[in-house]
Design a protein around this ligand. Structure first.
Ligand code: ADP
Ligand code: ZN
Length: 209
């Protein structure tokens, strides 16, 4: 079973993915994580994508598609994958269709207000990578490991709106693409919802696959 998680930055894709991994044993693949890992290790790929990722610009299709197709070829992906952050362009969706049977696309529909609120307050642990809503929790250390918290460069206010506009522009045709294939399930999120609330509807749909 292969699933795509679709949604703007800050829509809660990462949390949703973690819950799906827990319940269905799929492999979570986030193109953003792949890029950041490579940047941290200073690989060739890392150097190539750094200027894009740190300013919230999209990595060119050619690079992104090659990285993703290479990852899903690995043997662990045979048990099924959850793609998080891919595809973001119609090109990427078409390239994926040629090599992977997608069973379901879960689109998390959020308002601009939710995205602004969540991303502006999102901090990551330098040590273990856990994401915290530090602005509201009023914490300055990681709750899991005590590590230092920092704000990702691309979560700074000036980049949030730009990313959101970019997302919306491209996403309409991606949703059309999967709707035409009868693969699309849209779930609506609310600011007061916890990830578990939103997940409940998703879990029912996935369990029926
Ligand atoms: P977010 O969901 O907050 O945008 P991600 O971790 O998904 O964060 O992605 C971080 C960055 O990685 C993006 O801003 C972009 O530069 C790059 N990236 C990730 N996935 C893609 C993709 N499918 N196409 C192009 N660039 C991507
Ligand atoms: Zn930590």
């Amino acid at each position: 079973m292969n699933i795509i998680l679709n949604g703007a930055s800050g829509s809660g894709k990462g949390s949703m993915a973690a819950l799906l991994v827990r319940d269905f044993g799929l492999v979570h693949i986030s193109t953003g994580d792949l890029f950041r890992e490579n940047m941290a290790k200073k690989t060739e790929l890392g150097k190539k994508v750094e200027s894009y990722v740190s300013t919230g610009k999209w990595v060119p299709d050619e690079v992104t598609i090659a990285v993703l197709l290479d990852r899903i070829k690995q043997p662990d992906c045979k048990k099924g994958v959850i793609l998080d952050g891919f595809p973001r362009t119609l090109n990427q969706a078409k390239a994926l269709k040629a090599v992977l049977d997608v069973d379901l696309v879960i689109a998390i529909d959020v308002t601009d207000e939710i995205v602004q609120a969540r991303l502006g307050g999102r901090y990551m642990c330098r040590k273990c990578g856990t994401i915290h809503a530090a602005r509201w929790d009023k914490i300055d250390k990681c709750k899991k490991c005590g590590g230092e918290l920092y704000q990702r460069d691309d979560d700074k206010a000036e980049f949030i709106q730009k990313r959101l506009e970019n997302f919306k522009q491209n996403n309409a045709e991606i949703l059309d693409f999967y709707r035409a294939d009868n693969k699309l399930f849209v779930v609506h999120d609310k600011l007061e919802n916890t990830p578990e609330d939103t997940y409940r509807a998703v879990k029912d749909v996935v369990a029926k696959l």
